[in-house]
Write a protein that binds this ligand. Structure first.
Ligand SMILES: *Cc1c(COP(=O)(O)O)cnc(C)c1O
Length: 420
C-alpha cells in the first residue's frame, strides 16, 4: 500500500479544515531537494537548469525555483508573459513552442531566448530579426515517453525540425544571416533512459554541423517514481556518459559546450499532492459488483489518469483517528458526470479499471492523491460541470502553510459570458 510522501495525517486534516477540499498542496522542502539534485546533473563545462513551467506555472512556484538558481523553459508566449509577471528576468526565460506567439517581437527584444521549433518558425524569426541569434529544436528521429501521448520525438511527432530537414534550416539561416547558438532536443516525458542517452549523443553530432553553437539543451522527460513499484531515472547515471561525450568533443574540436536541461516532472511531481474528500461510498451488486469511492474532485483537478492512464498513489486519511477497518478493493472516481472520470484506471489503458486495495473508507475521510505536483493543477478539465478551480497551498521550509492560489468563485466562472 502507498504512503504519504510529505504530508502527515495531522497536516492533511489541518489543510482540509483551513482551505477546504479539493486543494493542491506543494512542499517547498521537496522542491528544494529536487532542484539541488537537478543542479548536480553531471556536466563538463557548465550547466543551466530550466524549470519546464508548463508542469506547474503558479508564480509562487516559479519564484521558489528562481531563488534556487533555476531558469525557465516556457512553452507558449503566454507562459513567457506569466513568468515575466512573476518577476523572472527575461534573460532567464527560454521559449520552445508549438505556436509562434503573435507578440514574439517585443518578447525577444525584452531578452528572452528562443528555439525555433519548425522551419516556418525559423523563417519568421529571420524576417523579424535578421542577423540575430536563436536555437534550433531538432526532432532527432526517435523519441520515448511514458505513454504514446507523452512521446514527442520520432516520425509521429510534430515537435521540432525533423533531422533530415536541417539542410533546409541551413538555407534559411544563410538567407537571413542568423546565428544558431543552441541545439535543443526534448523527446518525451517519462523517457526510457537508454533512448534519452542515445539522443543526447546524436545531438552532439548535430552540434558539429553548426559552428556557432555554444549550448546543447537536452530537454526534460526524466522519469520519477510516483508509485512505490516504479523506478526513477538516476540523473547521475544518465548524465555521466553525456558529460564524457562533451569532454571528448572538446578534445577533438576545442568546443566546450554548455549543457542545459529542462525538467518539469522531476522537479514537481512528487513535491505536490491533491487533497480531496470522499463524499460517497457506493456499491454495485452481482458477481461483477464493485466498491466505489466518490471524491469531491476528479478530472477537474487531475486529468492524467483519464487522459493517459497515469498511475497516482492514493492514500486514505481517516477523518478522525480510528482503528483501521478491513482492507477492500475500491475504484476511486471523480465528481464529473462522465464515466471516464476515474483515478484508478488500468496502467496501460485509460478505458480499463484497476481497483486499489485500501483500508475501509467512510464518507468524510480524506483522499490524498500523491505525485500530483506536475501536470495536475496545470492541466485539468477546468470548470467542467461548473466546479470552480481548486486552490493551491505551499508548505514552507519551516512547515507553515500559505495560500498561493485562491479557490475560484462561481462568479469568476461566468464573468466573461455575454448575451446582449
Ligand atoms: C514538457 C517539456 C519539458 C519537461 O518535460 P518533463 O517530462 O516534465 O520533464 C521540457 N522541455 C520541453 C521543451 C517540454 O515541452
Amino acid at each position: 500500500m502507498e504512503t504519504l510522501k510529505f504530508l502527515t495525517p495531522e497536516l492533511a486534516r489541518q489543510i482540509a479544515a483551513d482551505y477546504g477540499t479539493p486543494v493542491y498542496v506543494y512542499d517547498e522542502a521537496s522542491l528544494k531537494r529536487h532542484a539541488e539534485a537537478a543542479l548536480a546533473f553531471p556536466n563538463a563545462f557548465g550547466l543551466t537548469v530550466r524549470f519546464a513551467m508548463k508542469a506547474s506555472p503558479n508564480a509562487a512556484i516559479l519564484r521558489v525555483f528562481h531563488r534556487l538558481g533555476l531558469h525557465i523553459d516556457a512553452s507558449s508566449g503566454f507562459e513567457v508573459r506569466r513568468a515575466l509577471h512573476a518577476g523572472i528576468p527575461a534573460e532567464h526565460i527560454s521559449l520552445s513552442t508549438q505556436e509562434f506567439p503573435e507578440d514574439f517581437a517585443p518578447l525577444y527584444k525584452h531578452g528572452i531566448r528562443f528555439n525555433a521549433c519548425s522551419l516556418a518558425q525559423l523563417e519568421r524569426f529571420g524576417q523579424l530579426f535578421p542577423g540575430c541569434r536563436c536555437g534550433l529544436r531538432v526532432n532527432p528521429g526517435l523519441g520515448s515517453g511514458g505513454t504514446g501521448k507523452t512521446n514527442v520525438g520520432g516520425p509521429n511527432s510534430s515537435f521540432g525540425i525533423w533531422h533530415e530537414w536541417l539542410g533546409e534550416a541551413e538555407k534559411i539561416i544563410a538567407k537571413y544571416g542568423l546565428s544558431v547558438i543552441r541545439i535543443h532536443t526534448h523527446i518525451g516525458s517519462g523517457s526510457d533512459p537508454e533512448v534519452w542517452e542515445r539522443v543526447a549523443l546524436m545531438s552532439l553530432e548535430t552540434v558539429k554541423r553548426f559552428p556557432d553553437v555554444v549550448t546543447l539543451n537536452l530537454g526534460g522527460g526524466y522519469k520519477v517514481a510516483r508509485m512505490a513499484t516504479e523506478k526513477a531515472t538516476d540523473l547521475q547515471v544518465i548524465g555521466a556518459p553525456v558529460k564524457a561525450a562533451f569532454e571528448k568533443l572538446a578534445e577533438e574540436t576545442g568546443r566546450k559546450l554548455k549543457l542545459e536541461i529542462e525538467p518539469g516532472t522531476f522537479l514537481m511531481a512528487n513535491a505536490g499532492a491533491l487533497l480531496a474528500t470522499v463524499r460517497d461510498v457506493v456499491r454495485t451488486g452481482g458477481p461483477d459488483g464493485m466498491n466505489f469511492l466518490k471524491l469531491d474532485s476528479g478530472m477537474t483537478e487531475i486529468l492524467r489518469p483519464s487522459l493517459y492512464a497515469a498511475q497516482h498513489p492514493i492514500v486514505i486519511v481517516p477523518a478522525q483517528e480510528r482503528a483501521a477497518g478491513p482492507e477492500q478493493d475500491y475504484l476511486v472516481v471523480g465528481h464529473c458526470c462522465e464515466s471516464g472520470d476515474i483515478l484508478t484506471t488500468g496502467s496501460d489503458d485509460p478505458e480499463a479499471l484497476q481497483p486499489r486495495t485500501l483500508p475501509e473508507t467512510l464518507p468524510g475521510d480524506l483522499c490524498v492523491v500523491e505525485g500530483a505536483g506536475a501536470y495536475c493543477a496545470a492541466m485539468t478539465a477546468k470548470n467542467y460541470n461548473s466546479f470552480p478551480e481548486a486552490p493551491e497551498v505551499l508548505v514552507g521550509l519551516k512547515g507553515t502553510v500559505r495560500l498561493i492560489r485562491q479557490r475560484q468563485t462561481l462568479d469568476q466562472i461566468f464573468q466573461n459570458e455575454v448575451d446582449e
